[in-house]
Ligand binder design. Structure first.
Ligand code: SAH
Length: 269
């Protein structure tokens, strides 16, 4: 469909995207459409679904979407996670597994409260879910600002994909309704300890941050600080640092300016 991933929305519910990355079961896509519609959301984004764009018309997906066939039909199909996060300022990765690296962890309720604060400031936010078989890769998780694990039964904590979507959509609904009621205090309380939304400046989008990281990486290689043949965990650690610092657009521009200056210094000499 023609809708842009960065289309400007009208209510806080419209600022929220549910992104399914590399989903393999059409039934889960239909169930996820139903899960988000029951909670008042409508933006479903499918990054590289295994069945391709045809998944939107798959009989199993249509059957399980039930009355949410409009959400299914309007779902945006994009080639990869980067495209799904275009224009998004705050992205939350959902993982059944804990990770050694990656962005800071948050509880589901806390992550919803933080996300709704950003959405309330007019920023697009996204919840990113992994594939049924392998979940999200570390690289996918590192594209996000926060990592959420639903604290389920520790000996069997991997939920069905659409059921994980349902739980997060419920938490987001509670947070959005609190914000709409003007219950800012309860949202802020649920968002602690993260001070993430304290800024009134425009947050950088995920694509701004990715562009800056690519630029910075080139500069660090140029400085001989980063060995491309043996990069170790430097970029992963820098991603985590930037994920924790909730970069504003202006700050990303400063970092790009530094990278540009480094890359141009040989020419100046
Ligand atoms: N086998 C996969 C799990 C796939 S479940 C793995 O080992 O990672 C499909 C998706 O549902 C996950 O990628 C995640 O986005 C979500 N999910 C399932 N259980 C979850 C949990 N307990 N906490 C957070 N997300 C979960």
């Amino acid at each position: 469909m023609s809708q842009s991933a960065a289309a400007s929305p009208s209510s806080v519910f419209d600022q929220v995207r549910f992104v399914l990355n590399e989903t393999s079961h059409p039934g889960n896509v239909g169930s996820a459409a139903r899960a988000i519609k029951t909670m008042g959301f409508g933006r479903l984004v499918l990054a590289a679904p295994r069945a391709g764009a045809e998944v939107l018309r798959d009989p199993e997906a249509v059957a399980l979407a039930s009355g949410a066939d409009d959400v299914l039909a309007n779902a945006l199909v994009v080639p990869d996670l980067a495209a799904a996060l275009q224009g998004v300022s705050w992205a939350v990765a959902l993982s059944a597994r804990s990770r050694e690296y990656g962005p800071p962890n948050a509880e589901p309720r806390e992550s919803a409260a933080i996300a709704v604060q950003h959405a309330g400031q007019g920023d697009a936010v996204a919840f990113v879910f992994g594939s049924e078989r392998t979940g999200l890769s570390n690289a996918d998780v590192e594209r996000c600002n926060a990592l959420v694990h639903i604290p389920a039964n520790p000996v069997y904590s991997s939920l069905n994909l659409s059921q994980a979507v349902q739980l997060i959509a419920w938490e987001m609904r509670m947070a959005c309704l609190a914000l709409e009621r003007g219950d800012v205090a309860s949202v802020a309380e649920a968002a602690t300890p993260s001070p993430s939304a304290a800024t009134t400046e425009a947050l950088a989008t995920r694509d701004d941050v990715e562009g800056m990281l690519t630029h910075l990486e080139r500069a660090l290689v140029d400085l001989d600080f980063l060995d491309p043949d043996n990069p170790k965990k430097l970029m992963t650690r820098l991603r985590r640092l930037f994920a924790k610092s909730h970069l504003e657009r202006e700050e990303v521009n400063i970092l790009r300016g530094i990278a540009k200056h480094i890359l141009e210094r040989k020419v100046r000499r």
